[in-house]
Design a protein around this ligand. Structure first.
Ligand code: PNW
Length: 467
């Protein structure tokens, strides 16, 4: 499929990602309390077939075998998330030592296998106690609680982590969680625009407090950033006008999230659109929000196509894809590999970010029965190769892409879709929970071992992953 030979830098970080609620299971074990996702899953009609993360892939009990699998694949890094309600069951105050013990064992097992541990602090599973107490991110208390939680994590694990991501995808736990997207996520409430904007502000403020908490506990030893899914704006043609339009659209569409984080101010277009519903805050909070980061993490799945539009006030327009445009397993997962080039380029040009990690990228297998067919995941192989090729272009042109984490290591609980969509490099049998590497795992493993794309792939050695 690939022809030209593309080597990657020697220290390139090849990884895979998961998130606590999607893989751990053990929902009520060793003192873990409920998160908003545990509660949301129990609300009729929220999740396909009433699925939930009570057992998930049982990573909580099977993590050593999973680390052995990662090692077999040759992964150099693992991005996992910490369940806040497992380590601080009430969200604030009392720490649960048994909860931290799990992450200590996971981190030590990874280090023993030569795999870098990268931890996400918040991948949407807010302790339900905080939702009940003050409406979660609706309150600035939530931001302060998040800062305290980050401090606890940094103190206990900071000496061993390779990197920390504060939050994962603001849009998904705010806009979707608060009713501003047709697909509803936990906590599944409907708030006003003003409340949404204030909650967005509290979330980015929480991010800033977490960065400062980690720095105060660990100094500069642990690189800190976040994992965000901005609209992945792609110019419809590589003309200067379309490129400029896409860059401006990219900055504007993340005007309430990445713009304040990297520029220390909300995008004027965001403030203008929201008018009297815009967030209210003190200048000091904005300074905290824009604490400089060590890297930016981008979750990249699908393109937002943009063209130059001199006829409009802002000079750019989105070009919508029709129903026949290729998608890969999810209604929103439009295929557009050049996202891996344009997002790093625009982020570098706009904000001079020192380093970039692709913190998620992947596609879903369509719903199907159990069986061998899922192991020959040719669509994922194609997706992986094409996306890595355009990521290579970004590196070759000098944009500082330092790592890639495929989503996901294994099939898992796909939020509102339950277990009906599979993003894994490894297949997980829903009954036995047995893990089987798919063809894509073999292909990814070969890329990692050769640290290159293209050229001739050597014959599979005996005992290769996929049979
Ligand atoms: C991300 N959208 O979620 C999450 O970080 C993962 O936990 C998740 O499993 C993965 O992508 C696949 O869905 C997204 O509607 C959810 O555009 C929805 C969207 C994008 C990302």
């Amino acid at each position: 499929m690939m022809n030209s030979y593309c080597p990657f830098p020697d220290d390139f970080v090849w990884g895979a990602a998961t998130a606590a609620y999607q893989v751990e299971g053990a929902a009520a074990k060793d003192g873990r309390s409920a998160s908003v996702w545990d509660v949301f899953c129990r609300r009729p009609g929220s999740v396909r077939h009433g699925h939930n993360g009570d057992v998930a892939t049982d990573h909580y009990h099977r993590f050593s075998a999973d680390v052995a699998l990662m090692r077999q694949l040759g992964l150099r890094a693992y991005r996992f998330s910490i369940s806040w309600s497992r380590v601080i069951p009430d969200g604030v105050g009392r720490v649960n030592p048994a909860g931290f013990d799990f992450y200590e064992r996971l981190v030590d097992t990874l280090l023993g296998a030569g795999i870098q541990p990268w931890a996400t602090l918040f991948h949407w599973d807010l302790p339900h106690a905080l939702e009940e107490r003050f409406g979660g991110w609706e309150s600035a208390e939530c931001a302060r609680a998040f800062g305290d939680y980050a401090h606890q994590v940094a103190q206990r694990l900071g000496d061993r982590l390779a990197g920390v991501f504060t939050t994962n995808e603001f849009f998904c736990f705010l806009d979707k969680g608060y009713g501003f997207d047709p697909e509803l996520f936990a906590p599944g409430k409907q708030v006003s625009r003003r409340v949404l904007n204030q909650a967005r502000h509290h979330a980015i403020y929480g991010h800033g407090l977490a960065v400062q908490a980690i720095r105060s506990a660990c100094g500069r030893r642990v690189p800190v950033g976040l994992a965000e899914n901005p609209a992945a704006c792609v110019p419809i043609r590589e003309t200067p006008a379309d490129i400029d339009a896409a860059r401006r659209a990219f900055r504007e569409m993340t005007g309430m999230y990445l713009t304040p984080i990297f520029e220390g101010q909300y995008h004027p277009a965001y403030l203008e659109t929201e008018g009297s519903d815009a967030p209210v805050f003190a200048d000091e909070e904005m300074r905290t929000i824009s604490t400089p980061l060590d890297f930016a993490g981008f979750n990249l799945y699908a393109p937002t196509y943009v063209r130059s539009a001199p006829e409009t006030p802002r000079g750019w327009a989105q070009v919508r894809c029709d129903d026949e445009y290729p998608r890969v397993g999810m209604p929103w997962l439009l295929l557009g590999p050049s996202i891996m080039y344009w997002v790093p380029r625009f982020a570098s040009e706009l904000w001079r970010v020192p380093a970039i990690h692709i913190t998620e990228n992947g596609c879903a297998d369509p719903e199907m029965g159990e069986g061998d067919a899922q192991v020959w995941d040719l669509a994922r192989v194609m997706y992986l190769q094409q996306h890595l090729a355009t990521m290579h272009r970004a590196i070759a042109e000098g944009y500082p892409v330092k790592g890639y984490f495929h989503w996901s290591l294994m099939d898992n609980f796909e939020w509102a879709y339950g277990y009906t969509r599979r993003f894994g490099l490894c297949h997980v049998d829903t009954t036995t929970l047995e893990r089987t590497p798919k063809l894509s795992a073999q292909v990814y493993s070969d890329i990692i071992r050769r640290n290159a794309l293209g050229g001739v792939v050597p014959e599979l050695p005996p005992g290769h992953l996929v049979s």
